[in-house]
Design a binder for this molecule. Structure first.
Ligand code: NOJ
Length: 548
């Protein structure tokens, strides 16, 4: 493609940094909306609701993998990187979705999965059919250890060793940091880079505006395949995630060469204005910082620490400030995603979880970078209650271990059967019906709904560039309180349990409060009630009456 072809630029957010200050929305394709009655969400379903998302005020939709896949990890096992899985639609459906999105002023991000393919991908099939095939070196085949076991101590995120015996019977093992059906690609082979540059261009050509890069920190591995240092004992019954975290992943994740890969990607796609956002392990802040920002390859990185936070006001505030500082404008914020329990449940559930989530979201709109909502987060949706079989391989392959299905329930659209998600008898993941006031229809109709509050907050971020552009002045009286002043706007967050009195040095009006009655005003004193965040606008010209 050349820069002049295909899709004209959108005029709503322009310039290379258009995505900073934007609000994104993650769509888990299987669970958004089923348009053809097979129980599975699909691309036409998404396209039919883009008006709803534009109305909410989002700028970007990130759609989880829609490529042909055996579905062992629900699309993160890709069998063909340049086509659409028939259960989600066709390339023509994707084109139509992109066109409609652009008409609504929305940009579309695809989810690219470069760390591993499916074992059904023709590359892997060729690699195991013929050891002399050039595709053998697309993957990480290694000789067995002296005892015939796996080559080293690396473990899979999803349980068991990160090595499986070559089905071709060579006695070698291949590496997979996830399921055995997700063999890791060999990024030391330049042919893999060439393949992916062509894949990126294929989607850019179809109008895709950016990529969320799956496991962005995992692509390069130690050339000597040394053991990872073990940092704690592994005991029987441990969850696979705990086992994974019992090692220091110096040899299989976060290796320095990984950033060079993204510098090459950036050269390839930046001329088209395409944005690269990595899914980054953020447990090590120095490593996180290496990937993002000017010259680092990635425009931004998801701060996964934030997507798994539990309700602990002091650490929530300190994590937000630490990563905002470290990312230097390159943070992609999300309180929830498809891999973690929903934020409302992590923050205590029920009404309490709902208002706490919005109190934190209100702080996040005053941070630099892009802020994502995970589908139905704006409704205040808690974890789904699964009534049928679990589907997540973490659960199904580890004796019922806690998995990710709770975050993956269908979006509740209406109060009808299956909450309007599908006309099939059953959804692909069957959950307990949600109450009528939790549906999109009900919340669109109710001016006091949670969705309306999110809509107001998003609107405030978008009409107030000072919220992410003007330098921050920070103050804190206690660890559970945070004042962020940016230009004429001040965000006063009180995540503590006592009311907090903020005395303003100028007259002000309340622009937003995270919950009704979350604040009271007495001349220039703002009382912020517990677990609330309030945004005020200072204005010396206001008459005192205007503050009531
Ligand atoms: C991260 C994705 O978000 C998750 O859903 C997936 O299982 C792994 N990467 C492996 O691709």
């Amino acid at each position: 493609m050349n820069a002049a072809s295909a899709h004209p630029p959108l005029d709503r957010l322009d310039g290379p940094d258009w995505w900073r200050g934007a609000v994104g929305y993650e769509i888990y394709v299987r669970s958004f909306l089923d348009s053809n009655g097979d129980g599975m969400g699909d691309l036409p379903g998404i396209a039919s609701k883009l008006d709803n998302l534009a109305d909410l005020g989002v700028d970007v939709v990130w759609i989880t993998p829609f490529y042909p896949s055996p579905g062992k990890d629900h699309g993160y096992d890709v069998a063909d990187y340049t086509d659409i899985d028939p259960q989600f639609g066709t390339l023509a459906d994707l084109d139509a979705l992109v066109t409609t999105a652009h008409e609504h002023g929305l940009r579309v991000f695809a989810d690219i999965v470069p760390n591993h393919s499916s074992d059904q991908h023709p590359w892997f099939q060729a690699a195991i059919a013929d050891v002399d095939s050039p595709y053998r070196d697309y993957y990480l085949f290694r000789p067995a250890a002296a005892d015939g076991g796996p080559p080293n101590n690396w473990v899979s995120h999803f349980g068991g060793p990160a090595w499986t015996l070559d089905p071709a019977g060579t006695g070698e093992y291949y590496c997979h940091l996830f399921l055995p059906e997700q063999p890791d690609l060999n990024w030391a082979n330049p042919a893999v880079m060439d393949e992916f540059l062509a894949i990126l261009r294929f989607w850019v050509d179809r109008g895709i505006d950016g990529f969320r890069i799956d496991v962005a920190h995992g692509l390069t591995k130690d050339p000597e395949f040394r053991d990872n240092p073990q940092i704690r004992e592994i005991t029987p019954g441990m969850h696979p995630t705990e086992i994974f975290e019992s090692f220091d992943h110096v040899h299989d994740l976060h290796r320095l060469g990984t950033t060079l890969i993204y510098q090459r990607w950036h050269e390839e796609v930046a001329p088209f204005g395409t944005i690269l956002l990595g899914e980054m392990d953020s447990s090590n802040i120095d490593r996180f910082r290496e990937y993002v920002g000017r010259g680092a390859g990635l425009d931004g990185g998801f701060v996964l620490t934030v997507s798994s936070m539990i309700w602990h006001p002091e650490s929530i505030i300190s994590d937000l400030l630490t990563f905002d500082h470290a990312a230097n404008g390159g943070a992609a914020w999300a309180l929830s995603n498809h891999d973690q329990p929903r934020v409302v449940s992590r923050f205590g559930g029920g009404e309490v979880g709902v208002h706490r989530a919005l109190a934190v979201m209100t702080i996040m709109v005053a941070l630099d970078g892009i802020t994502f909502l995970y589908q139905a987060e704006e409704l205040g949706l808690p974890n789904a209650v699964i009534v049928g079989a679990n589907e997540d391989p973490i659960t199904t392959r580890n004796d019922g271990a806690a998995g990710r299905d709770v975050a993956r329930g269908p979006v509740p659209w209406t109060n009808g059967p299956n909450n309007g998600f599908t006309t099939a008898g059953r959804a692909w993941l069957q959950i307990e019906p949600l109450p009528a006031d939790m549906t999109v229809d009900a919340q669109v109709a109710d001016p006091h709904s949670n969705r309306h509050r999110y809509q107001q907050l998003i609107g405030l971020r978008k009409r107030s560039p000072q919220l992410w552009q003007t330098p921050m002045e920070l103050s804190r009286r206690t660890e559970a309180e945070l004042i962020i002043r940016r230009g004429d706007l001040t965000v006063v967050a009180n995540l503590g349990t006592e009311p907090y009195d903020y005395v303003a040095d100028a007259r002000f009006v309340i622009e937003f409060e995270s919950r009704a009655g979350g604040a009271t005003v007495d001349v220039n004193r703002l009382r912020v009630h517990p677990e609330s965040t309030v945004v005020i606008r200072h204005d010396d010209h206001l008459e005192p009456e205007a503050q009531a």
